[in-house]
Design a protein around this ligand. Structure first.
Ligand code: SAH
Ligand code: SF4
Ligand code: F3S
Length: 432
């Protein structure tokens, strides 16, 4: 049977798709890139915002049509949508539903479904996601590795703790065994993943921490860069900052969502810091890691957000000078505290206006920060080739550089590139 995946949402879902595809391949299924060639299509879904949910609902509708025309045989839904919607997805046309904590059983679920049974499998089986589980990876030089499943934070707007469950860290020895295996397959860069990646190890109560994991991982000679995502502001430890500062393989990149610059809104969001505390964290990181690149996420139009709250967010953005900022319009998520107790009272036009204003401000900041790169030589790991024959890759601060080269380059190769032109987006240059 030929299986095609369509993946939505965050890097964790990307990683989960690689695991499900790896398991299926190992169990004798075939994985295909093109939907047209598939017998089975699995949507690995996201529900972080209503828009994400609408997107896969419409994809599911399309698949139901294809199935009606006899072009595909089975439709599966995986990921956070499965956890949230469960059985209901069967009535929308899915043949099987598999939760993001149950992916280890994908082959069995698919086999049962192929006999005509309607399967909904949502059990927490994350303890079985070990280093030896096969993974299907098209890119060899870089690997995502989920090190902590779930989230305990319960920010009032967020669906993730309801879909991914409570935090569960993988034992460090298991993660290191996976790194070892990846290195043998040619991996030189790893990204450690967690919705709150700094919480890694806390539940194990054996001294395991993200900082220690980075140190241990850096001992593999072949590993060149180590990334980690996403950080919760108050969980970043001094030990972690120190390791990033001192370990040359640790990427100088922190993704720390702030969500708002208004202390009143932060309280309503159940984010446990003030804007001043966030800014002092930014300061602390920059004083110890002078070339640190700090990026963030912000939600605009949270319930009751006033012009004054919005101005406070603008002030924070101007002071923090993020290297990158993901902006999202607030979207009520069923079952969350915010959706139950706060009315979504900021008009749509106001939300969009605030979003656009922040986009403009951030664009200006990006242009200024990128301008400082002009004429500099940066070390880039080659990630791919553009349609016009240029190459692209990123430096250890996560800056994307598009560059030309007289010689043919291999993916995963490290090269020195002189930056010749900068924009608010990528940098452009030429290989030295
Ligand atoms: N664990 C991370 C982010 C998880 S979700 C953190 O602590 O911030 C990724 C991003 O989606 C969030 O940073 C937030 O900006 C956005 N997001 C989450 N729930 C949302 C909602 N209900 N409406 C709009 N954006 C949301
Ligand atoms: Fe969601 Fe908050 Fe957990 Fe991030 S820390 S995943 S925003 S509950
Ligand atoms: Fe979406 Fe789930 Fe990730 S809701 S953002 S796929 S954790």
């Amino acid at each position: 049977m030929r299986v095609h995946f369509k993946t939505y949402g965050c890097q964790m879902n990307e990683n989960d798709t690689q695991i499900m595809a790896g398991i299926l391949l190992h169990e004798g299924f075939e994985i295909v890139d093109e939907l047209e060639l598939a017998d089975v299509v699995i949507l690995n879904t996201c529900v972080v915002r209503q828009k994400s949910q609408d997107k896969y609902h419409s994809a599911l509708g399309q698949l139901v049509k294809l199935k009606g025309q006899g072009k595909i045989k089975l439709i599966g839904v995986a990921g956070c949508g499965s956890n949230l919607e469960g059985e209901k997805l069967l009535t929308l046309g899915a043949d099987f539903v598999i939760g993001s904590r149950s992916i280890v059983d994908v082959a069995e679920v698919l086999r049962r479904s192929a006999t005509g049974e309607k399967v909904v499998h949502l059990e927490d089986r994350t303890h079985l996601l070990e280093a030896d589980i096969p993974r299907f990876r098209k890119v060899k030089h870089h690997a995502w590795i989920t090190i902590v499943h779930g989230c305990n934070r319960f920010c009032t707007y967020c669906i993730v703790p309801y879909t991914r469950g409570r935090e569960r860290s993988r034992p460090m020895q298991d993660v290191l065994r996976e790194v070892e295996r990846l290195v043998a397959e040619g991996t030189i860069e790893v990204t450690f993943l967690g919705q709150n990646v700094d919480a890694y190890g806390k539940d194990l109560k054996d001294g395991t921490s993200l900082a220690r994991l980075i140190e241990e991982t850096s001992k593999f000679e072949q590993i060149k860069r180590i990334w980690f995502l996403t950080s919760y502001p108050t969980d970043i430890t001094d030990e972690l900052i120190e390791v990033v500062a001192e370990n040359p393989k640790a990427a100088k990149s922190f993704h720390i969502p702030v969500q708002s610059g208004s202390d009143r809104i932060l309280r309503m969001m159940n984010r446990r810091y003030t804007s001043a505390q966030f800014l002092s964290l930014v300061e602390r990181i920059r004083s110890q890691v002078p070339d640190a690149s700090i990026s963030s996420d912000i939600i605009v139009g949270f319930p009751t957000e006033t012009d004054q709250d919005h101005r406070e967010t603008i002030n924070l953005v101007r002071q923090a000078r993020f290297e990158r900022l993901n902006l999202a319009v607030y979207s009520p998520r069923p079952g969350t505290v915010a959706a139950r107790f706060f009315s979504d009272d900021v008009p749509r036009e106001v939300k969009v206006e605030r979003l656009n204003q922040l986009l403009e401000i951030q664009k200006q900041i990006n242009a200024e920060l990128n301008g400082a790169y002009l004429g500099r030589v940066v070390e880039i790991i080659v990630e791919g080739k553009t349609k016009d024959g240029s190459y692209y890759g990123r430096d250890i601060r996560n800056k994307i550089v598009i560059f030309t080269s007289d010689e043919q380059l291999n993916l995963g190769e490290t090269v020195r590139v002189r930056v010749e032109r900068t924009t608010a987006g990528p940098l452009y240059g030429r290989k030295e």
